[in-house]
Write a protein that binds this ligand. Structure first.
Ligand code: SF4
Ligand SMILES: [Zn+2]
Length: 388
């Protein structure tokens, strides 16, 4: 047989292969390395403006600045099972590069004139000194404060210590921190997500943030790997209820498949289907009482938190999807709910694929299988059944 011998776990009597290398190999493959070196370190990865709402509910425009960084220190040693941020990083980015990127972002949007909110994302944690030079952390905090902009940064839990936050608020006394918690469940964090922290680290981080009057945005993941659709639905509703009181905003990210990740391997092996959009609608219906116990709308007195669901790549096979016919309408209703907080957004939505979704959930509840039974295929059912 020609070509290199196939990779297998047993090897050929030589040094054993580590699971870590097999799973993480994509980040170190020639295609990934070449891609990383192709980025211009003085240009941000992306800068764009979107409609948003300020903490007091006023509509505004937000600029999102995604910086080209060294990436996340957790990824360097291990990494979350779904995280494809390594695709956008470059491991030699310097302090000067980051300042050049920040200036480029400001220039592109006229010094952020007319945009009240700035989201600064670093494919990791802005307040982590190993990833981002302290001088640059300071520039972002100071600039946004001096310009009077509402700042949102992302961070893992372990950086949010009293010491770090007390330093940060001397530069910018009011900003929001978005934490990728993914699941309020230690077993899921460890075995499904490989998050590298626990729910008690999140508890501690939130206590610290609240001590300094900083706002908390919590990201949860809908349907991490090795979880069926019906389990994802049950768990996500429970997680939303668990974090609602302590989060100013909860953003549920339905899984989308990013290149070169563990979830990408599962997806390619037909062992994972991204969530149904119908599951997201059902999750919102079931979680709504945790957000609005009196059945109110966003901005009304009974609001505990704000629930945002944004199906990235919604309607595509690598993102949350239904049958292909109804996807656009269902995604639009889910996005509208984030603004209004009204369940009426889902009135009148229906499609024949709802029956398939319901049947799958019923079957999964009766015969629990960790990988679920959903298939990410569309088209005629007979073709799907005939295919291998
Ligand atoms: S902590 Fe965040 S950036 Fe780091 S590997 Fe996990 S998802 Fe990716
Ligand atoms: Zn449909």
């Amino acid at each position: 047989m020609n070509g290199p011998p196939p990779v297998n776990l047993l090897g050929k009597g030589g040094k054993g292969l580590r699971i870590h290398d097999l799973v993480k190999a994509p980040a170190n493959t020639p295609w990934a390395k070449a891609r990383q070196q192709s980025w211009d370190a003085s240009e941000p990865a992306t800068v764009y403006a979107t409609p948003e709402v300020l903490p007091d509910g006023t509509p505004c425009s937000a600029v999102t600045v995604i910086l080209r960084t060294k990436g996340c220190h957790w990824w360097w040693s291990s990494g979350c099972t779904f995280c494809g941020y390594f695709n956008d990083t470059r491991d030699d980015v310097t302090n000067d590069d980051l300042h050049a990127q920040w200036e480029a972002a400001k220039t592109k949007f006229d010094g952020f004139e007319g945009h009240d909110m700035i989201k600064v994302y670093t494919s990791g944690s802005l307040l982590e000194d190993r990833e981002i030079p302290v001088e640059f952390q300071e520039t972002v905090l100071r600039d946004c404060h001096e310009l009077g902009k509402e700042l949102i940064v992302e961070s893992r839990c372990e950086q949010l210590t009293e010491e770090k936050l007390s330093w940060a608020v001397t530069i910018n006394p009011s900003f929001s921190v978005a934490i990728g918690l993914e699941a309020y469940d230690d077993e899921v964090l460890r075995f499904h997500v490989n998050k590298g922290f626990t729910t008690s680290s999140w508890d501690r981080a939130v206590t610290n943030l609240q001590k300094f009057n900083l706002r908390v945005k919590t990201y949860l993941m809908f349907k991490p790997p090795f979880m069926s659709e019906s389990d994802a639905l049950t768990h996500s509703v429970r997680w939303i209820a668990a974090v609602a009181e302590r989060s100013d905003e909860i953003s549920v990210n339905p899984m989308n498949i990013q290149r070169g990740t563990v979830i990408d391997r599962l997806h390619r092996h037909n062992e994972y289907r991204p969530p149904w959009l119908w599951s997201l609608v059902e999750m919102i219906r079931l979680a709504h009482p945790s957000i609005h116990p009196e059945g109110g709308l966003n901005g009304e007195a009974d609001q505990v938190s704000r629930l945002i669901v944004h199906p990235t790549a919604g309607g595509k096979v690598r993102g949350s999807h239904n049958c292909g016919q109804c996807d656009g309408e269902v995604v639009a209703a889910i996005e509208r709910y984030a603004v209004s907080g009204s369940l009426n957004e889902f009135d009148g939505l229906s499609c024949s694929c709802q029956r398939t979704w319901e049947t799958e959930l019923t079957l999964e509840r009766q015969l629990p299988l960790p990988l679920g039974i959903s298939k990410p295929r569309r088209g005629p059912v007979l073709n799907a059944l005939r295919s291998p």
